[in-house]
Design a protein around this ligand. Structure first.
Ligand code: EPZ
Length: 422
């Protein structure tokens, strides 16, 4: 297993290219199952999760070609010959559940392994299943698999989500495009990745209104065509790299960054005394010798503060002036980066879903362990501001969501290298 070695850093200067969004690409890829014509995605991120989704789609009989060094995914589902999404693949990545809705809508049946939980929480899929049942699906759970049928095809229905779920909204949205009649999704997720999916489905001929709001209305159609669609910029990678110059000082422009993707996050940075400037190249963040003020954060569904940036922001609060409270409202166990940051000298107290962070003058480099995707990058950011060396182990977590992190940070002056493990 590889590790990343980071040394405390001087100022950072330069541009960081921001890739296409992992969490958009992972829902855009299964959309190929809705049509027998080619679906091509451009601006795709080069990540291990994308490779996992590629393997899953290919196991169903889809053709997926990765072109231009992985930035273009040319897909075709004219020859789906297997409707079982196997546990061996699904257990590696929860987003595999997103093949359920499209497969059921197009073929009238699907068998998908339950994804199981992960480090940050139980992460059930009951809302996905309830949404499909509201469209007439017959579901049975047997031997760890979801057996889904829709003999006469799915029918339009009213889906009332009791809580906001990104994945369940995506599954329902894709399924509804081919359902007979009208489907309304109430309390739908509003994330930019949902908007991106809706825009791609519309290019394929879907009839969708309201994406980005809490109510999405879909008029089912008989079939969908092919399309070519650029994956939206990754707002989580964007927010992560915006923090690099805040930790180390300097000035960095995140190329392709858009303020509308990270408004709540940028607002918190502003409160902390860090200004973000939108230029025609992207988002420019600079910190000279100003202090970082402690601010409180509560994670919430979009447009609130993203849970996927909570770990990175906690690392920043470890070197801020004062005490901040971070409330994690989306997942039940998303503070696993706290004990690792404490090993680096941070002052953090965790009680249930709230972490209280009191800033310290200086973090100290230490060997630490990545526990989940976003926690791993928060340790790298902390290591860049720490005195001495930090070695982050188990970086396979990192490679799931951040392409070539050592190249991107190294290019703006960070002292970072990958140590190949056995
Ligand atoms: C998506 O996960 C993202 N993953 C996550 O990013 C992100 O943290 C999350 O949305 C919230 O924004 C992808 O898009 C691939 P949810 P998802 O359904 O869809 C509960 C990353 O780091 N819930 O919005 O699985 C659930 O347990 C990853 O890139 C149910 O109870 O998240 C959680 O507490 C991590 N029943 C809350 O809802 C369900 O059927 C929100 O989950 C579904 C969800």
């Amino acid at each position: 297993m590889d590790s990343i070695l980071v040394r405390g850093n001087g100022e950072l200067h330069g541009d960081i290219p921001i890739a296409g969004a992992k969490n958009a690409c992972l829902t855009l890829m299964p959309a190929t199952l809705l049509s027998d014509e080619p679906l091509t995605l451009t601006n795709a991120p080069r990540l291990s999760d994308i490779k996992t989704m590629t393997t899953l789609l290919q196991s169903l009989g889809a053709e997926v070609s990765s072109l231009q060094d992985g930035q273009v995914l040319a897909m075709s589902s004219h020859n789906i010959n297997n409707h079982v999404a196997d546990y061996d693949i699904v257990r590696k990545m929860r987003a595999s559940i997103l093949v359920l809705g499209p497969m059921l809508a197009r073929y009238g049946h699907a068998v998908v392994s339950l994804p199981g939980g992960c480090a940050i929480g139980a992460r059930p899929v009951d809302l996905h299943l309830k949404a499909l049942e509201a469209m007439g699906a017959e579901l049975e759970l047997k031997d760890g698999y979801i057996h889904a049928k829709a003999p006469g095809g799915l029918k339009g229905g009213i889906v009332n989500f009791p809580l906001v779920s990104v994945g369940a909204t995506e599954n329902a949205l894709m399924a509804a495009t081919l359902a007979k009649g009208t489907t309304v999704l109430n309390n739908a997720a509003r994330e930019p990745e949902i908007v991106d999916l809706a825009q791609c489905l519309r290019k394929m001929g879907a009839q969708i209104e309201g994406e980005g709001s809490s109510t999405i209305t879909i008029q089912g159609v008989d079939r969908l065509n092919g399309a070519t669609h650029p994956v939206v910029t990754d707002r989580i990678e964007l927010g992560t790299y915006m923090l690099a110059p805040v930790f180390c000082g300097g000035e960095v422009t995140c190329l392709g960054g858009r303020m509308d993707l990270v408004a709540a996050f940028a607002e918190k940075l502003d409160e902390a005394g860090i200004s973000v400037e939108e230029t025609d190249k992207g988002l420019k963040v600079a910190r000279r010798n100003g202090l970082i003020r402690a601010v409180d954060v509560t994670t919430a569904p979009f447009p609130g503060f993203p849970t996927d940036l909570q770990a990175q922001f906690m690392a920043l609060m470890c070197i801020a002036e004062g005490t901040s409270k971070l409330e994690e409202n989306i997942f039940e166990n998303r503070f696993m980066h706290a004990p690792e940051l404490i090993r680096m000298g941070a002052d953090i107290e965790v009680h249930g879903g709230t972490a209280t962070v009191t800033g310290v003058k200086q973090l100290k480099g230490a060997p630490v362990m990545a526990t989940d995707l976003r926690a791993s990058v928060s340790l790298i950011l902390a290591g860049m501001a720490a005195e001495g060396e930090t070695v982050v182990s188990r970086v396979y977590h990192l490679d799931r969501g951040y392409e070539r992190v050592e190249e991107k940070l190294g290019a703006i002056g960070a002292h970072i290298e990958r140590i190949s493990g056995v």
